[in-house]
Design a protein around this ligand. Structure first.
Ligand code: NI
Length: 666
């Protein structure tokens, strides 16, 4: 089973022995698979592993699986020969201890696509840039003398059909100054200087150097030494659970109140929730088979040579899980915490442990339901939510991915974007239609963060349909004599498709069971409520619109296919476009009472603010997945009286009386 230990008084799970087909990969499995590849002679001095991912087990077999029965565990290793730039996908069954398949990645053929970057490639970038005479001349021309402290940001180049870039393993580098080794480089962008590198040849392909905008000198640091002493006015808030938390963890299985699910984690997606169920009147009912945020894109709306090409795919190009934060070094959750270690793989295909990558805890969430009767009788129940989260840091930005399960059956997904806004330099006080000046001379381009959530839904089973629901007025006339009437439409989406949100019509999508009805006779349903923020702003003819086609729509619905996991395809890095969701729905399969997957795009469009500098307060975005006729009745009627149960100082039963000294608002 799992190794659940107390580290410094904290509860931590690291899965060391696989007990369920959906358990995350273990260190031993990753090592075993690698040794099988090594024994086959496939690992030379120049071979690296840009990705190591679990092969998803067969869905029907997994659903039918019973404890004690055998199951297969396979791992996909992507091997890159850094000497040739040629990559292979090698699938190893660690159960059968053999290589199952070996396939060349067609990085050199249209539509191209490169495996994600290796950590060691970032170091190579710095070494190549800093020894390049053209670049040295460009920084010298700007009067920059301290080359040692310069930061060379390694950035995915996009795809623009440039002859000496297509089909090659490329990367670009922007230059940032540091006044000392710990100075924040993001405050000192060197404008108009772009280096493009061929990683396989290990050479600088071109240095573009234009303009003479001075590099801003203001500090971007936010340490105590820079901002001064921390305020002392805040009194402590302590979250205590004197009787322990209300959840239990057994291997990858987590149970909290009526919720049950399995935690998984991989290098690319980070956190994955499997087999999410809600126990309703003693019956365990399925809601989601698998849920994750497998891709995101950060396209910039600026046309300068430094940034027109920027559109980071943080999962597919950089790997969110591999870049996740070891919360062992600083956890941001409050309460009684249970962690899961994240197991990824390093550049050499060896297991890499991200200590306490996933954080779980309970959180009070105010009032869940309340009513004061005509006779003055007051009832109120407190809401509590279960939080499962992780953070990834990719360059300047930090992303938190938070899944909230509520007592009333609601699921909420929230992305927290924080970290440091990406800047260029400009003339202080000037106007730039594609950027805002967030500090003197620092211009932050307009940009978007569009996340893609993959919801492999299973509302009371796999036979599900999607109804698009929206509200509408009724024209004055015999159907609406007083003009007040309005109604709603429900349109079943029959075939694989993509859809936009429409906030003005409160457009939502209901996922309905094909066979189960609630006690009013309606299909049992969950409702996806989008925030409806803008989708991709780039023009349809642009490169990024083809490469990040997933981000052009709020919703895609596809028929489940085992290998369809990636919204922008398996290798979005330098891919010419069209992969992922456009391919997944191209067949136009029926999605009526089928095993279907919903892909929902959400996230902020940023016009950066001065308040976002030098480190950005969290920008929240997300969506709700809410029962809508799934239960026959409010599933949280049986909660205890919140006043007494949740307020420690009112445990005396004097809550609401004059003798209660509790400061909580009741
Ligand atoms: Ni932003």
């Amino acid at each position: 089973m799992a190794d659940a230990t107390h580290r410094h008084g904290k509860r931590v799970t690291r899965i060391t022995e696989v007990a369920h087909p959906l358990d995350p990969l273990t260190e031993a499995e990753i090592s075993l698979g690698r040794s099988i590849i090594d024994a086959a002679g496939l690992i030379t001095d120049t071979v690296r592993f840009p990705a190591v991912l679990p092969v998803e087990p067969d869905k029907k077999a997994t659903m039918a699986w019973k404890p004690g029965k055998p199951f297969d565990r396979s791992i996909l290793y992507v091997l890159l020969d850094t000497a040739t730039g040629i990559s292979h996908e090698v699938v190893v069954s660690v159960t059968d201890q053999k290589i199952v398949s070996q396939t060349k990645v067609k990085s050199d053929e249209h539509p191209y696509g490169q495996p994600p970057y290796l950590f060691e490639e970032y170091e190579r970038v710095e070494a190549l840039v800093k020894t390049n005479p053209e670049w040295l001349a460009a920084v010298a021309r700007r009067g920059i003398t301290n080359v040692d402290d310069i930061f060379c940001a390694p950035l995915a180049p996009g795809y623009f059909g440039v002859e000496d870039e297509i089909g090659r393993r490329m990367i670009r580098s922007l230059t940032f100054l540091r006044n000392n080794p710990t100075d924040s480089p993001w405050a000192h962008p060197v404008e108009g200087l772009l280096v493009t590198i061929d990683l396989t040849k290990g050479e600088v392909v071109r240095v573009q150097d234009e303009g003479d905008v001075p590099t801003p000198t203001g500090s971007g640091n936010y340490d105590v030494g820079t901002v001064g002493p921390a305020r002392e006015s805040l009194r402590p808030i302590e979250i205590t659970q004197p009787d322990g938390p209300s959840f239990s963890v057994n291997g990858s299985l987590v149970e909290w109140e009526n919720w049950k699910f399995r935690v998984s984690f991989n290098s690319r997606e980070g956190l994955v929730l499997n087999q999410v169920t809600f126990t309703d009147k003693g019956e365990e009912r399925s809601v989601l088979y698998r849920a994750s945020v497998p891709e995101m894109v950060v396209p910039y709306g600026d046309k300068s040579i430094n940034r027109f090409w920027i559109s980071y795919f943080d999962a597919g190009e950089y790997l969110l899980g591999k870049n996740s934060n070891p919360l062992a070094l600083g956890c941001d959750c409050l309460g009684v915490i249970h962690y899961f270690d994240g197991i990824a793989a390093d550049d050499h295909g060896h297991p890499m442990v991200v200590g306490q990558a996933v954080c779980m805890h309970e959180e009070d969430f105010g009032v869940l339901w309340k009513h004061t009767d005509l006779d003055g009788t007051a009832d109120s129940r407190r809401s509590r939510r279960f939080v499962i989260s992780y953070f990834a840091t990719v360059g300047n930005y930090d992303y938190g991915f938070f899944w909230y399960l509520y007592l009333d059956g609601t699921i909420q997904v929230e992305a927290k974007a924080t970290g440091i806004v990406f800047n260029g330099a400009g003339v202080p006080g000037s106007h730039d239609p594609h950027a805002s000046e967030i500090a003197p001379g620092l211009f932050a381009p307009v940009h978007q963060h569009i996340f893609s959530a993959r919801l492999d839904v299973a509302i009371d089973g796999l036979d599900n349909s999607v109804e698009e629901v929206e509200v509408m007025g009724v024209p004055m006339g015999p159907e609406n004599p007083h003009g007040n009437a309005f109604t709603y439409s429900e349109t079943t989406l029959e075939k694989e498709c993509s859809r936009l949100a429409n906030s003005a019509a409160f457009r939502t999508w209901h996922v309905a069971s094909g066979h189960r009805k609630n006690y009013t006779g309606a299909p049992t349903r969950y409702q996806l409520i989008p925030q409806g923020y803008p989708v991709l702003m780039a023009q349809p003819e642009s490169s990024v619109a083809k490469r990040a086609a997933f981000a052009t729509q709020h919703l895609w619905v596809s028929k489940y296919e085992p290998n369809e996991l990636w919204p922008a395809g398996m290798y979005p890095n330098q891919h010419a476009g069209g992969a992922g969701l456009p391919e997944y729905i191209a067949g136009g399969d029926s999605i009526h009472n089928q095993d279907i997957v919903l892909w929902h795009q959400f996230g902020p469009t940023h016009i950066p603010r001065t308040e976002d500098w030098p480190v950005m307060p969290v920008d929240y975005s997300g969506f709700l997945f809410k029962p809508h006729g799934f239960f026959d009745i409010n599933p949280a009627l049986d909660l205890p009286d919140g006043n007494n149960a949740a307020c420690a100082c009112c445990g005396s039963g004097k809550c609401g009386t004059d003798e209660c000294t509790c400061n909580h608002a009741h």
